[in-house]
Design a protein around this ligand. Structure first.
Ligand code: NAD
Length: 388
């Protein structure tokens, strides 16, 4: 057995995602569990070097990570031949510049979504990484969630017959500040800082819908800013300049006549009355499913109840009782960690990895077209991979 150390420069680890999901729940969790064991018994051991701007905060994160190495000098870290991968979970507007430097330094690149603030820049970065022959990937964590993996198994088994439509409902109330602390950073609500619901969530919808159902061919969207005043991290009042909700429709080509129509609601100004913060309701000719991050429930055609519309009497059917949970098929594991393991295997053993920067750029493109649709109040075609 040999142990292959993979050194990862991790930028943005003083932030929510970088620290919690990527450093602690992925990289340190992989280390704690003895690394990634390959089929022949060899082990991949990730070794983080933390990168950031604020010495004090970085040191704090490094200490909490068991004394990880850290630096405030990105170029020196990228110049170190021992560093194999550059990872970026910085705020969206900061990402493209650092990714560009990492590609120029010959590092494999893995980063949070969205890849950039514009689709053109995202495609340019994807092209640079491909031209440099560097392994590259973008976070597509939702595909690795147990509920979504269960949905994927149901799709692959042919359970649905012909899939007709999908209803995606995402969101929760993000507090404005003042009475209650906001639970998301204020840059999320400033367009000039890379914020906005569409730029944040449509990259997720791109890899999810295209990963599960087929190619997105057209988008119709209305993006709005419901909340006109918020307070930032220091309690100062500001006027949001980015959308905080988006009401969308997607046309999906899955090869079947008529394709699939998806409605996608994303809102930070809604109060939750669902089982999970995001749910995908899939209707097919032979069955339906409701999937969330953790669970997926099915109702086959032969167990479909026969409701009759009569609001004059109480509804006699317990609709929710008529759905079957899909049992778990694998050990519970954090979705980010699962994708990290997949990317590390890709870097070390060349194992396939579908979520490339080019796919990430497609997520940026979808977001951009959704915003254009909103501004122009019309359907907009989404180019296929060959035409982008
Ligand atoms: N995959 C997901 O489910 C998911 C969820 C939330 C956020 N995200 C993405 O993760 C990224 C980070 O989001 P977050 O919520 O952790 O934000 P955050 O504000 O908590 O953290 C941002 C990090 O970037 C750093 N940073 C900010 N501006 C910078 C600059 N100019 N140069 C260098 N570093 C800078 C901050 O110091 C901090 O470490 C965003 O791109 C966001 O879209 C992904």
């Amino acid at each position: 057995m040999t142990e292959k150390t993979v050194t990862i420069a991790m930028n943005g680890v003083t932030g929510r995602m970088g620290r919690n999901q990527h450093l602690h729940r992925s990289i340190l969790a992989i280390r704690d569990s003895g690394g990634i064991v390959l089929p022949g018994g060899d082990v991949i051991m990730p070794d983080p070097v933390l990168v950031g701007r604020d010495e004090r905060r970085l040191k704090e994160v490094a200490d909490a990570a068991g004394g990880a190495r850290w630096s405030t000098d990105l170029d020196t870290v990228l110049g170190d031949p021992a560093v194999d991968i550059y990872f970026d979970a910085t705020a969206t507007a900061a990402r493209a510049g650092s990714v560009r430097r990492a590609i120029a330094a010959g590092k494999a690149v893995y980063c949070e979504k969205p890849l950039a603030t514009s689709a053109d820049e995202a495609f340019e970065l994807a092209g640079l990484a491909a031209a440099a022959g560097m392994k590259n990937g973008i976070v597509a964590d939702k595909l690795f969630l147990p509920g979504i993996r269960a949905l994927e198994r149901a799709l692959k088994s042919g359970f649905f017959g012909r899939v007709l439509s999908v209803r995606c409902d995402f969101g929760y109330w993000v507090f404005e500040g003042g009475l209650e602390e906001p639970q998301r950073p204020s840059w999320n609500y400033r367009a000039e800082d890379g914020g906005g619901m569409v730029l944040d969530m449509f990259p997720h919808w791109q890899y999810l819908f295209e990963g599960l159902f087929g190619q997105i061919t057209a988008v119709l969207c209305r993006a709005v800013t419901h909340i006109g005043e918020r307070r930032d991290e220091n309690g100062a009042v500001y006027t949001p300049t980015a959308d905080d909700a988006a009401y969308g429709l997607l046309e999906i080509d899955n090869g079947a006549p008529g394709g699939i129509l998806a409605t996608v609601t994303s809102s930070w100004a809604t109060r939750v009355n669902r089982d999970e913060l995001v749910e995908f309701h899939v209707d097919g000719t032979d069955g339906s499913a409701v999937a969330g991050p953790r669970e997926c429930r099915l109702q086959p055609r032969s167990a479909t109840p026969r409701p009759t519309w009569n609001p004059d009497v109480p509804n006699p059917l317990d609709f929710r009782a008529g759905w079957l949970p899909v049992p778990p098929q694998e050990a519970e594991e954090n979705a980010f960690k699962r994708q990290w393991a997949s990317f590390l295997r890709h870097v070390v053993t060349d194992a396939p990895f579908a979520q490339t920067l080019a796919e990430g750029a497609r997520g940026n493109r979808l977001a951009e077209l959704a915003l254009a649709s909103s501004e122009q109040r019309r359907w907009i075609d989404v180019p296929g991979r060959a035409d982008q």
